[in-house]
Structures are given as C-alpha cells and as structure tokens.
Design a protein around this ligand. Structure first.
Ligand code: 5GP
Ligand code: 5GP
Length: 233
C-alpha cells in the first residue's frame, strides 16, 4: 500500500514538474497566440483627415495600400503586446529588406521619418509576441511576402472600385476581396475633414505560420457607413 501511495505521489509530482517546465519554456519563447491580423492602410485616408500626414524622407509613397502591421491575436479578440524587451528592433537584421520596406511599409506619421520608427514600434509592440514562430527578419519578410501575394489595389480596381474619391458600397468591397482570396476581410473606416466615412484599413487573417490566409476567428470592433468613400492619393 505504502509503495503504491508513494508511487502515486511521485507520478503527480513529475506531472507538476513537467507542467512547470512547459510553462517556463512558453514564457521564454514569448507568448503564444492564435492567428495574425495583417493590416493594410490606404495612404489617402491617413492623409486627408484632421491630423494630416507627412511623407517619408524617401519621398511620396506609391498610390497603393501600405502595410500597417502583422499583429498576433487571440481567438477571444484580445491580443498580447510588447512581449520581449530583450529583443528590440535592430535594423541591421533586415538590411536586405530595406528597399522593399520603404516601398511597401512607408510611414505617414509626422514629422517625416525614414520608416524605422514605425517599423520599430510594430516589431516591439507586436512582432515580439510572435517570436516563437518568426525572428525579426522572418517577421518583416512574412509581412512583405503577404503584401506581394495580395495585390489589393488591383483586386479592387478590377472590380471597378477605384481610388477616385467616389463612394462604394462596403459589401461590394468585401465581395471583391472574397472572390479574389476566398475569405472576407474586415474593413476599418475613418473620416475625412468633411466627416465622410472612408476606407482606411483592411484586415486579413493569417495562420500562425505568417503565410496563409484563413477565415477570421474573430473580428475587431468598429464600424463603417454602408457606403464609403475611396479617396485618391
Ligand atoms: P486603434 O485603437 O486605433 O484601433 O488601435 C491602436 C493600436 O492598437 C493598433 O494600431 C494596434 O497596434 C493595436 N490594436 C488594435 N486592435 C487590435 C487587435 O485587434 N489586435 C492587435 N493585435 N492589435 C490591435
Ligand atoms: P499602432 O496604432 O500600430 O499601435 O501605432 C502606430 C504608431 O506608429 C503610432 O505611434 C503612429 O504615430 C506611428 N506611425 C508611424 N507611421 C505610421 C503610419 O503610416 N500609419 C500608422 N497608422 N501609424 C504610423
């Protein structure tokens, strides 16, 4: 009897040790997450608001959607942030990606900058929370590759939705994207100086590898009018 009791005790203490080890290893790898939001911004809608914008020091960006970020998220809608202060943004780790970054991930905040402040913010706040899957180079490369897989402006334009200051139904925008990639995106609007609701950011859901589009497990909050403006840039 005593042996069995002792054996049972040893078994559960080993189990507890294993559980502790497992959670320690998860902590050291950064927090886990369920999926990514890949967020693109329309520069015309960032710039024509009350806050206005500043072009990057490298020049006016293309009239194209730019990357805002690749954000690890939980299925319940919450998200981890600033997961690893010991691994700050280091531009030398992505030097081979800089020209693609300048073209596809331009900063529009004032004062004008090269982009590194924006990229550092995105890595430090969001990227560090996906370190268990992607290192800095892998994180930025994944976002750039997603952007090149998805020619969003082309998708919209071939559905007759052009950045011409016209108004388009939200449902026509969503269906054009769904026809092209197979999944519904989530649309975020902001308002221009005259108070019109306009297409600002588009969210896509990506699996934890950072490379495949998936059905969104949960959608963010916020709303657009049923018809939105698509301003020029
Ligand atoms: P806002 O409050 O303007 O919607 O978002 C401000 C910032 O909070 C975003 O740029 C982003 O960094 C973060 N954020 C907002 N919503 C989400 C979300 O659903 N998931 C993640 N990962 N970050 C978010
Ligand atoms: P988030 O909203 O992702 O938490 O924060 C975005 C931060 O990056 C803000 O501090 C914002 O000023 C800065 N930022 C720099 N360039 C851009 C840009 O082009 N778009 C957006 N949304 N934020 C930018």
């Amino acid at each position: 009897m005593a042996r069995i009791t002792r054996g049972g005790f040893n078994g559960s203490s080993i189990l507890i040790k294993l559980l502790v080890l497992q959670s320690l290893s998860m902590l050291s790898l950064g927090q886990d997450f369920d999926f990514f939001y890949f967020v693109l911004q329309w520069p015309g809608s960032y710039c024509d608001t009350k806050q206005s914008c500043c072009y990057p020091t490298t020049g006016k960006p293309d009239a194209d959607f730019g990357i805002h970020g690749l954000w690890p998220n939980y299925k319940d809608g919450s998200y981890p942030s600033n997961c690893d202060p010991n691994d700050p943004f280091d531009q030398s780790k992505i030097s081979d990606l800089i020209s693609r970054m300048q073209q596809n991930w331009p900063t529009l905040a004032c004062p004008s900058g090269s982009g590194s402040t924006f990229w550092a913010h995105e890595w430090d706040k969001h990227g560090t929370c996906s370190e268990s899957v992607l290192d800095q180079h892998g994180y930025f490369k994944s976002a750039l590759n997603l952007k090149s897989k998805l020619d969003l402006l082309q998708i919209l334009e071939s559905a007759g939705i052009n950045p011409d200051g016209g108004k388009y139904s939200l449902s026509s925008i969503k269906s054009a994207v769904e026809r092209a990639i197979g999944y519904n995106p989530w649309i975020e609007c902001n308002v221009d100086e005259s108070g019109n609701s306009q297409l600002y950011q588009i969210y896509f859901c990506i699996d934890t590898s950072g490379s495949n589009f998936i059905q969104c497990p949960v959608l963010p909050h916020g709303k657009c009018d049923s018809t939105v403006e698509f301003p020029s840039f």
